[in-house]
Ligand binder design. Structure first.
Ligand SMILES: [Zn+2]
Length: 66
């Protein structure tokens, strides 16, 4: 039996594609030998990776059965 996958995909943030937080190296290492990094969150979803569905109507169309 096929499982509906569209509702989960519809909630993934389109800006970051589900990867809301990344670490970016600043170059070089600190005195302990660790890479110097900063963490950046997606500005569209604020680090959650999901977006709320746009309307109730789209949810009903996705979840309806033929
Ligand atoms: Zn995002």
């Amino acid at each position: 039996m096929a499982q509906p996958t569209t509702p989960a995909l519809a909630r993934v943030c389109s800006n970051c594609d589900g990867f809301p937080s990344v670490r970016i190296t600043l170059g070089g290492r600190d005195r302990h030998g660790n890479l110097r990094t900063i963490t950046v969150h997606c500005p569209a979803c604020h680090g959650t990776g999901t977006r709320p569905t746009r309307s109730v109507r789209s949810v009903q169309l996705v979840g309806s059965r033929a």
